[in-house]
Design a protein around this ligand. Structure first.
Ligand SMILES: [Zn+2]
Ligand SMILES: [Zn+2]
Ligand SMILES: [Zn+2]
Ligand SMILES: [Zn+2]
Length: 367
C-alpha cells in the first residue's frame, strides 16, 4: 500500500473568494435519497451539541480571544495546543495541520508563524483549557447557567429541552421532539403504539433490509482499504461565516492525487430544492459531495477510481457510509457521482456548515 504525501496546508485553506464556475447541474434529475432513520444505530449528536457562539464572556475579552483557534477561529471545547509563541490550535486543527502533515515528508509547523512543532513534544495550554472550561455560560436551549466545560454533557444528557426520539423508534417511528410533554403526547398517539405483531413484521423487514444494505456497503469499504493503490486526503471544511450557499456547489478542498488535481465540492439540498423558509428549521436537508477532476487536460486515458469520504478525527458528526464504487474520470467526464453524506434538519446542516465546520478523510483507490 502506498500512501502518498499529504497535501500542504494550502490545500486545505478556505475556499478562495472567486469560486470557479462549475457546470450547471440539473438538480431536479437527482433523486434525493433522504431516508429518515437510516442511521438508526448511530444518532447524530450534533442536534444536541451546543453551538460555539453564545459565550457569555465574563473574563478578560482579550485574554479569551487569545484562546481562539488560529485556524478554524472557534473557541475549543477540548484540548488546546499551542506553538512556542502561544498561538492557539484546537485539537482537530492540530491533528490536521500539524500531525497529519508529518505523515508525508513535511515538518510540523505552526500554521500562523511557521515555527517547528514536534510530534513528541505536544505543547498543551493547560491554563487556557482550564480558563475556557470554567467560563460561565448559558445553555442556548434552556437558559440554565453552568460552566462551559459541562455544556456538552448538559446538552447531550441533562438539558430539559434536548431533542429525543420516540420510544418506538426501534420499530419504525422517526419522530423526534423536545423532551417533555410533547414527547408523551406524541408517544400516546404514536401510530406505532398499537401496531400488531403482523403489521410490524413489514416494518421490521424494511429495517433489516436497510441494515443489510449498510452492512454490505461497509464490507465494500473494507475491500477498498485492501486495494494496492490507495491514498488518503484530509479535508477541513471551516465554518463559513458568510453563509453556505444552498443548492449550489461550493469547492471545499483542492488537492493532488494520482498525478492529477482534484477538488471536493459540497452542496446542501432540500427535498424540493428551494429556499427554506426561516420557520422550517426542521425541513429535512441533505449534504452532498462530489469529486471533481480539476486537471482534465493532463488526463490521458480513463482514470478509474473508487472512493469514500469518512468523518475525520475530532469530527463531531458522523457521515453516512458512502462509496463511489467506480468512476472513470476522463477529459469529458470530470465529475464523480453526487453522493449523500449527511442527512439532518436544515437547521442542523446550517449549524454544521456555518458554525462548526468539519473534518473529513477522503480515501481514494485506483481500480
Ligand atoms: Zn481549530
Ligand atoms: Zn505560532
Ligand atoms: Zn439546556
Ligand atoms: Zn412515535
Amino acid at each position: 500500500m502506498s500512501v502518498e504525501n499529504v497535501p500542504t496546508p494550502e490545500d486545505a485553506e478556505e475556499p478562495e473568494e472567486n469560486d470557479p464556475v462549475f457546470p450547471e447541474t440539473d438538480s431536479s434529475a437527482i433523486p434525493l435519497r433522504y431516508i429518515p432513520g437510516i442511521d438508526i444505530d448511530s444518532d447524530d449528536e450534533l442536534v444536541n451539541v451546543p453551538a460555539w457562539s453564545g459565550l457569555n464572556v465574563s473574563g478578560n475579552a482579550d485574554e479569551l480571544e487569545a484562546l481562539r483557534c488560529i485556524v478554524c477561529k472557534t473557541m475549543p471545547f477540548t484540548t488546546l495546543y499551542q506553538c512556542q509563541h502561544e498561538h492557539t490550535i484546537c485539537a482537530g486543527c492540530y491533528q490536521m495541520r500539524v500531525l497529519d502533515k508529518m505523515l508525508g515528508a513535511q515538518l510540523g509547523t505552526c500554521p500562523q508563524c511557521g515555527v517547528r512543532i514536534y510530534r513528541h513534544e505536544p505543547y498543551r495550554n493547560l491554563a487556557g483549557e482550564h480558563t475556557l472550561a470554567q467560563l460561565m455560560v448559558a445553555c442556548e436551549d434552556c437558559g440554565v447557567h453552568l460552566q462551559r466545560g459541562l455544556l456538552r454533557k448538559h446538552g447531550l444528557e441533562d438539558c430539559p429541552r434536548r431533542l429525543v426520539a420516540c420510544k418506538y423508534r426501534r420499530i419504525g417511528c422517526n419522530w423526534k421532539g423536545m423532551l417533555g410533554e410533547a414527547v408523551s403526547a406524541h408517544e400516546e398517539g404514536c401510530g406505532y403504539h398499537g401496531k400488531q405483531g403482523l403489521q410490524l413484521l413489514g416494518e421490521l423487514q424494511q429495517r433489516q433490509e436497510q441494515r443489510d444494505a449498510k452492512q454490505c456497503l461497509l464490507g465494500k469499504i473494507m475491500k477498498l482499504l485492501q486495494l494496492p493503490h490507495i491514498t488518503v486526503r484530509l479535508l477541513q471544511l471551516l465554518p463559513q461565516v458568510e453563509g453556505f450557499p444552498r443548492n449550489n456547489f461550493k469547492t471545499c478542498a483542492m488537492f493532488e492525487a494520482f498525478s492529477q488535481r482534484w477538488s471536493v465540492q459540497l452542496k446542501w439540498q432540500t427535498p424540493t430544492d428551494v429556499e427554506v423558509p426561516a420557520d422550517q428549521a426542521n425541513c429535512p436537508c441533505s449534504l452532498l459531495f462530489q469529486l471533481c477532476l480539476e486537471s482534465p487536460d493532463g488526463c490521458r486515458g480513463p482514470l478509474g477510481l473508487t472512493y469514500t469520504l469518512v468523518s475525520g478525527t475530532h469530527s463531531d458528526v458522523r457521515f453516512q457510509p458512502n462509496l463511489c464504487e467506480k468512476c472513470d474520470f476522463t477529459r469529458e467526464n470530470v465529475l464523480g457521482p453526487l453522493t449523500p453524506l449527511y442527512h439532518n434538519s436544515w437547521q442542523s446542516c446550517a449549524k454544521l456548515l456555518n458554525e462548526r465546520g468539519f473534518f473529513g478523510r477522503l480515501l481514494m483507490a485506483r481500480i
